[in-house]
Design a protein around this ligand. Structure first.
Ligand code: NAP
Length: 539
């Protein structure tokens, strides 16, 4: 097998995925370390999850000036966002700009899906086979497949018989879906559904929203950016970057160091009102105990539920939308542009599928235990097989043929979210066990890629053939991930995708590290400074 692989396909490193993480990793390994590297990407272009998530209203919830790379001052100066939260087409333009700016395209292989990746121990190589049968091999395998890229399409009886069109938001056709005048059903009211529903309501003839779990949402208050603000970003790039590295969730705002219970009722109301008016994820930064203390959290929950009841005119609809069964921000908190107002439109109808579940889909629409809803288009905004889905679908096998699916049968087991015991020289950017989805991703991608790059430089200069996470260090890290989650209200949510509970049969394990980005970064730096404590380095 080895002899049949061309020299061009024998590399130092293979990176899977051409999203932000794959692009930056290619840049550092190729341009800083001088290694031979290729990115393999299933899609026809760069963008990762943003390449596919083209649904109406798709937009980033992180503020635009925090959703970009800061590692290169020239790159920062070369780009300007137009809005407080960038829309998907603008994000895709940014990612294409990064690819051009860093001249990455010659080393990216598109329309190439990884079918399997096997560690060949005698040759100390990762061998990657694509679905077209191409073989690539390299010393290092780096997965840059994103946390939210495998669609979770619910297995609802009869979906195949539906005569209309159905689509999942994360696989929205490039050519779009004509919703004009149609009867559209949206299943799912997470961040995606909450973004899409107001826009779909404007296009569709009639929209039926199928809600299983009511959700909190804070107004985004999106607006064009002023020239002053654009200048501010360019002139203060270092400060913005430093701030994001210091905060627990890698956003460019600080969480106020005070308890929601230490201020008077009037003061608390005024603080929440100001945050509501300002809009965005900063609402959860009003107090530092909202995610730790249920009583503190209740104050925010009550404030938001009251707002929903004020906005939504029909009291029954308002009651359904505000009947929220989990603490505020214990699920990823959505932000919206006129989500609750949308339910005041004549062409929008809310269906409660918690009490009257979907029974089946037939040729003409959705049947719940209570009624039949005729539809032309069904939109599944039902989320992702998050964090592990894309990794497990690649059929990765490590030392002694150990399949990642078997190694993780009880849930993901990693050391720092960076390596898996039994899988030498494989690195996972923003893998399970890292802060990942609990944080604003670009700063965390920079941190992970920089750490991996420094690590590979160390391995190369010290003649180290193999690096592998120690099993006991990984078990200890999994325990730390559990402890960090258990110190918060996060594991209390029934259907949370943080726990894998949204995918039938998936092990229930809290996957991201909830101890905060700044603390995590410190741990990673310390591990490296101590000669990569917890890893086996074999010469
Ligand atoms: P999600 O948060 O997992 O929400 C999925 C929705 O579908 C939930 O309302 C869920 O109900 C419902 N659902 C799932 N399976 C169902 C079934 N079988 N029957 C009926 N309803 C079902 O997914 P998402 O909204 O796509 O968001 C995922 C994550 O992507 C976000 O948390 C965020 O991190 C990221 N995201 C980011 C942005 C952004 O920054 N712009 C935008 C969108 C998404 P239950 O709650 O009852 O399970």
């Amino acid at each position: 097998m080895l002899n049949t692989i061309s020299s061009e396909q024998t590399l130092d490193a293979i990176i899977v995925g051409a999203g932000l993480s794959g692009m930056y990793q290619l840049h550092t390994l190729r341009d800083q370390l001088g290694l031979r590297v290729k990115v393999l990407e299933a899609a026809e272009g760069v963008g990762g999850t943003w390449h596919h998530n083209r649904y109406p209203g798709a937009r980033c919830d992180s503020e635009s000036h925090s959703y970009m790379f800061y590692f290169s001052p020239e790159l920062v100066q070369s780009w300007e966002w137009t809005e407080r939260y960038p829309q998907q087409p603008e994000i895709l333009r940014y990612m294409n700009h990064v690819a051009d700016f860093l001249k990455l395209r010659p080393d990216m292989v598109f329309n190439t899906r990884v079918a399997s990746a096997q560690f060949d121990e005698p040759h100390n190589l990762w061998r990657v086979i694509t679905s077209e049968g191409q073989v690539w091999q390299a010393k290092y395998l780096i997965t840059a497949v994103g946390c939210l890229s495998s669609a979770n399409v619910p297995a609802i009886k009869g979906l195949d018989s539906f005569q209309g069109q159905w689509v999942h938001t994360s696989a929205w056709p490039k050519e779009g879906v004509d919703l004009r005048g149609k009867r559209v059903g949206v299943v799912g009211t997470g961040s995606t559904g909450i973004q899409a529903i107001p826009v779909i309501a404007e296009q569709a003839g009639h929209l039926t929203v199928f809600q299983r779990t009511a959700n909190y949402s804070i107004p985004a208050r999106n607006a064009p950016l002023s020239d002053d603000f654009k200048r501010h970003v360019k002139q203060n790039a270092n400060e913005i970057r430093a701030l994001m590295q210091e905060t627990p969730n890698a956003h460019c705002f600080r969480i106020k160091q005070r308890s929601a219970l230490e201020v008077s009722d009037e003061e608390r109301q005024a603080i929440y009102q100001a945050a509501w008016d300002k809009g965005g994820l900063q609402f959860r930064a009003t107090f530092d105990d909202l995610l730790r203390d249920k009583e503190a959290n209740d104050t925010a929950a009550i404030f938001i539920k009251h707002k929903i009841q004020q906005v939504v005119q029909d009291p029954e609809v308002a009651a359904l939308l505000s009947d929220i069964d989990h603490p505020f921000a214990a699920k990823r908190p959505p932000i919206d542009s006129h989500y609750f107002e949308t339910f005041n439109r004549d062409n929008v109808h809310l269906v409660d599928i918690r009490h009257h579940p979907i029974e089946c889909i037939d040729a003409n629409g959705i049947q719940t235990t209570q009624a039949h809803y005729p539809l032309d288009v069904i939109v599944f905004a039902t989320g992702f097989d998050a964090m592990t889905g894309s990794l497990l679908r690649m059929n990765i096998s490590g030392r002694d043929g150990l399949a990642l699916n078997d190694a993780w049968h009880a849930g993901p087991r990693t050391y720092l979210g960076l390596q898996v015991p039994g899988f030498p020289n494989m690195f996972t950017i923003t893998g399970p066990g890292s802060p990942s989805v609990l944080c604003n991703l670009p700063p965390q991608i920079e941190q992970h890629v920089n750490w991996i790059t420094d690590c590979i430089a160390h391995l190369q200069t010290h003649g180290i053939k193999q690096m592998e996470a120690d099993a006991a260090a990984s078990d200890d890290w999994v325990q730390q991930v559990n402890d960090a989650a258990n110190a918060t209200l996060l594991p209390q949510v029934r259907h949370s995708w943080y726990l894998g509970a949204n995918v039938p049969g998936k092990p229930r394990v809290f996957m991201p590290y909830a101890g905060g980005f700044a603390r995590y970064r410190g741990i990673c730096d310390e591990v490296a400074a101590q000669g990569y404590r917890g890893f086996h380095l074999r010469t």
